[in-house]
Design a binder for this molecule. Structure first.
Ligand SMILES: [Zn+2]
Length: 278
């Protein structure tokens, strides 16, 4: 586990524990082909050494394909999803620029072009603006048709898309509150739309501002951040708390891990994060 993931896990765990809630651990492992051997075990080991405690068994996604497929079929039967033959290159060339990538130009919306085979399945995105009151990020509005377009539910690799899997996993686990980094903020309207179309409840969302490394880069997989040092767990956890602007007393950096957790849950101040970003 790298430092960016640790900080994200810590923020969500402290937020939930300080409210007396249950914290669930799910390893997002949809794309098994890209999974590094032993990565899952290493993450669980690091979390355990750092004193994280989760409710119930560790959840994963790779054995939930039937559930994901059933949801796609449900959307297809309701004419809310359609097969698409376009490649990424087709869309880049023909689509208008959108929030992150080119917006799907609608090529296969009313049927596959003659002689073309389906590669993926897309959601028929309605002409609608999705609004969200995020607890920390405030009001978010996204014009789905113009900013996002028909997005993928089932990928060419024959696996569910991240958005579809996430929405179903959250609902099936009874998740009522999602705390995560602001890098996922612009994905949230897509997930809310899917919840509505599938008749699932929408949880409360709280996105915390992105944590940046000392050189200003976002901490995450993209920066090839090194694995956190679980050999000195107290120091590592203390550093993560400081990163979340929680100002733990210096003496805690060498205290037993349980003492750091007790302090952190009692003193959790998410406001420190949001004011630092403002
Ligand atoms: Zn298409």
């Amino acid at each position: 586990m790298h430092f960016g993931s640790l900080v994200a896990a810590l923020a969500s765990c402290l937020d939930v524990r300080s409210r007396g809630g249950e914290w669930l651990l799910r390893i997002d492992d949809l794309d098994r082909g890209r999974e590094v051997a032993g990565a899952r075990e290493a993450i669980i080991e690091d979390l355990t050494v750092l004193g994280f405690q989760w409710n119930g068994a560790v959840q994963s996604q790779h054995e939930r394909g039937t559930r994901y497929r059933q949801a796609v079929n449900q959307l297809r039967e309701a004419k809310l999803a359609f097969p698409c033959a376009c490649t990424r290159k087709d869309i880049q060339e023909q689509g208008e620029p959108g929030e992150r990538a080119a917006v799907y130009p609608g090529t296969c919306r009313n049927g596959l072009p003659p002689g073309k085979a389906a590669r993926s399945i897309r959601l028929r995105v309605p002409d609608e603006t999705i609004r969200l009151e995020d607890e920390w990020a405030g009001r978010i509005c996204q014009d789905m048709a113009r900013e996002v377009g028909d997005f993928v539910l089932w990928r060419v690799e024959n696996i569910a898309s991240y958005h579809l899997a996430t929405v179903l996993d959250d609902a099936d686990a009874g998740i009522t509150r999602i705390v995560r980094g602001a890098d996922l903020l612009d994905s949230t309207p897509r997930q809310i739309l899917l919840q509505r179309l599938l008749g699932l409840p929408t949880p409360a969302y709280a996105h915390f501002p992105l944590v940046r490394a000392e050189d200003g880069r976002k901490l995450g997989k993209q920066t090839h951040a090194p694995r956190v040092d679980a050999g000195t767990p107290s120091k590592t956890l203390f550093k993560a708390l400081e990163f979340l602007r929680q100002t733990p007393p210096a003496a805690l950096s060498s205290a037993p891990i349980e003492d750091i957790w007790t302090w952190a849950i009692t003193h959790w101040r998410p406001q420190a994060l949001t004011t630092a970003a403002a």
